[in-house]
Design a protein around this ligand. Structure first.
Ligand SMILES: *[C@@H]1O[C@H](CO)[C@@H](O)[C@H](O)[C@H]1NC(C)=O
Ligand SMILES: *[C@@H]1O[C@H](CO)[C@@H](O)[C@H](O)[C@H]1NC(C)=O
Length: 287
């Protein structure tokens, strides 16, 4: 029984201590992340560099090309201009590329990047430039898939997401198109079972089991207290007819038994005398 108490009381407590340690560690981590964010990511371009990089204004998109974007994960709710993406979970989308012109186009690559929402020339993070190198003939279209995972440290802040498609035409002119260029929110997903709730459930479970054990114990002791009485009852009814004189002093018992035997003798004598008188009566009647 002690082992059970140990299992359900000590172990969860120890786990909780460990768990809270973990939570503390996580909180510290978060703080660190914040500090890092303020200082800037390692791979981040300093504002001046980004400003110098003026390629975007030089490279334009082609008139022949139409592009569309479709997010498949997460699915933006209709009519929502800014939508939320989940930190730490993959974001997936398809980009449709339609060649309305009369020359071939080659889609070279697509890249996504997070920008500072107040200043889109300020890069926060670049994602992989996926190389496709796919030829799209005139009057044809193609679809390109891309996915990335926003860093969990970015949760709770708005970011400018820029998805850029790089392509060139048959004569080698390079083009760029911002397929998606909008601010969105990165939200933290509240998982169904984080550390705190998990240990809460563990504790509730342990409490339940403890209550069950205590109830079972109480029932057992109640039954134990009741069962001897129920066993002795028939014995008592048995002794009820025959009085127990054990507790009386010997002399009194002797006196009592003497008296009882005397009574019995007296009764017997009376019976006999009655019988004798009856016999006498009968014999007299016969006569
Ligand atoms: C992100 O990409 C842009 C454009 O290609 C480039 O100028 C910048 O240096 C890159 N930044 C990082 C941090 O890689
Ligand atoms: C993206 O959007 C920002 C803000 O709306 C704008 O300043 C920037 O020029 C846009 N970039 C492109 C390539 O369209």
């Amino acid at each position: 029984m002690k082992l059970i108490y140990f299992t359900f009381l000590i172990v969860p407590a120890a786990l909780l201590c460990l768990g809270s340690g973990n939570i503390l560690a996580r909180a510290e981590e978060d703080e660190l992340d914040d500090v890092v964010d303020i200082e800037g990511e390692d791979n981040q371009v300093v504002g001046d560099d980004a400003l110098v990089d003026d390629d975007e204004s030089v490279v334009k998109s082609s008139q022949d090309i139409d592009t569309t974007i479709l997010f498949t994960k997460p699915v933006p709710s209709l009519g929502d201009l800014t939508f939320d993406i989940q930190a730490g979970y993959p974001v997936e989308f398809f980009v449709g590329f339609i060649n309305k012109g009369s020359v071939d186009y080659v889609v070279e690559s697509m890249e996504a990047s997070f920008r500072y929402p107040m200043d889109y020339t300020y890069y926060i993070q670049n994602f992989t430039a996926l190389p496709y190198n796919r030829e799209v003939k005139p009057k044809q279209e193609a679809t390109f898939a891309y996915s990335f995972i926003p860093n969990e440290a970015f949760a709770g802040r708005p970011f400018g997401l820029n998805v850029q498609l790089n392509y060139r035409d048959a004569s080698g002119n390079a083009y760029q198109e911002a397929v998606y260029n909008q601010t969105l929110n990165i939200v933290e997903v509240s998982e169904g079972l984080d550390g705190e709730t998990f240990f809460l459930y563990v504790f509730l479970g342990a409490g339940g089991v403890l209550a069950l054990v205590a109830g079972q114990q109480a029932l057992a002791s109640l039954a134990r207290r009741r069962s001897p009485r129920s066993v002795s009852q028939p014995v008592e009814t048995g002794t009820a007819s025959e009085v127990d004189y054990d507790w009386l002093p010997k002399e009194i018992v002797n006196q009592l038994s003497k008296k009882i035997s005397q009574d019995a003798e007296a009764v017997a004598a009376r019976k006999e005398s009655k019988e004798i008188s009856r016999r006498r009566l009968r014999s007299r009647l016969k006569l």
